[in-house]
Write a protein that binds this ligand. Structure first.
Ligand SMILES: [Zn+2]
Length: 368
């Protein structure tokens, strides 16, 4: 039987995050907005980043033939935005972001493998980062009594994550997405997927943003123009993997595939299972959207600012028979590997525009 109690340094409560942010010395800590329920969206920045005012919106810059009219990346310090818990109880990512902040603030290595922590600390001077430990604080605050879903059975986890309809039946996944926004009268319990306005921010009414959380996030990415945006999720007892984004141009897929491939290598070395979801992708990244692909938050963020968007699903250690069940240490180590691989990739590709990554020379010549 796995120990359900999280380690003492597993930080996922909004009040504990506020205390860490108040004590931050190296990062510029603050609040980039408020949730529907009035909770702060805590946000911390590392690394100097001065940007010229943009001349065009992103999609206008693309239509002009040069995305550089929005933001020119090559030769600049790469910028990585990481946000966790857009689904308020997927707290594995929150704890890992707090591990990262602890490392950057104090140099203390907790959670990550020492070699990864050392690599991340070394890379930190070459990148800038914006970190949001809880992107949906309303969903998190509805369940302050717990810090993780490890050891919960599927029904109890789903009750908390997706909620229960007015008749008491568990909403389940993906059926929970069939009614949206969710009016309070329709439910007995509003799951942590939702903000207090009944909105699952992954499936906001794009491009018209209904949730104040997403309004803050979009304002932030337009100001920061990140090169990479990583969204951290917990996906019951899945094997850890990056989820292919939908409705994005081939270069976004090529970056994802490179990060995924490298993460698979890291995972083999670390003895942690990972599925490389991009292993069968065509090398040029030209993937047709499927008939039922959803244009979700990550698709929208990409089309708003041009960033390479990545979604990570981590095993949550539920007590479900015959499934993979990571413990706290495994979840934290896995995120340490992910952060390291993404930062290494960001630095290794810093001298090129994002869209030129991974093209075959012949193809590049044709397109030039
Ligand atoms: Zn999620």
């Amino acid at each position: 039987m796995m120990n359900r109690r999280p380690p003492a340094d597993w930080v996922t409560q909004l009040s504990d995050i506020a205390a860490v942010f108040a004590a931050a010395r190296r990062g510029r800590a603050g609040c980039c907005g408020r949730s529907a329920g009035g909770h702060p969206l805590w946000c911390i920045h590392y690394g100097e980043r001065r940007l010229p005012t943009h001349r065009a919106t992103y999609n206008s810059a693309v239509a002009s033939g040069d995305p550089g009219n929005y933001y020119r990346r090559a030769g600049k310090r790469p910028h990585v935005l990481i946000f966790a818990a857009i689904h308020g109880l997927e707290l594995e990512g929150t704890a890992a972001v707090m591990d990262l902040i602890r490392l950057l603030e104090t140099g203390e290595v907790q959670g990550f493998d020492p070699a990864d922590a050392e690599a991340i600390a070394g890379l930190a001077s070459d990148v800038s980062m914006t970190l949001i430990p809880i992107a949906n604080p309303d969903g998190r605050m509805r369940h302050v009594e717990i810090d993780a879903l490890l050891g919960f059975d599927l029904e109890k986890a789903r009750y908390r994550m997706q909620g229960a309809w007015a008749d008491g039946s568990i909403a389940g996944w993906p059926e929970v997405k069939a009614v949206h926004p969710v009016a309070p009268a329709r439910v007995k319990h509003l799951g942590a997927y939702f903000n207090d306005g009944g909105i699952n921010p992954m499936h906001d009414s794009f491009p018209v943003l209904l949730s104040p959380e997403n309004q803050a996030l979009f304002k932030l990415v337009d100001a920061e123009r990140p090169d990479f945006i990583l969204s951290l999720h917990g996906g019951t007892n899945v094997t850890n993997h990056l989820v292919p984004p939908a409705f994005v141009p081939p270069y976004v897929m090529r970056h994802n595939a490179a990060v995924s491939r490298r993460l698979a290598e890291w995972s083999r070395g670390a003895g942690l299972p990972l599925i490389d979801s991009f292993a069968d992708m065509p090398a040029d990244g030209a993937v047709q959207p499927g008939e039922l692909d959803s244009f979700n938050l990550m698709s929208a963020l990409h089309h708003y600012c041009g960033a390479v968007v990545l979604v990570y699903e981590c095993n949550q250690g539920l007590a479900v028979i015959d499934t993979l069940q990571l413990d706290y240490a495994g979840m934290r180590r896995a995120h340490g590997g992910l952060f390291r691989v993404l930062l290494e990739h960001a630095v290794a590709t810093a001298d090129m525009e994002l869209r030129s990554f991974g093209l075959q020379p012949a193809r590049k010549a044709v397109r030039a």
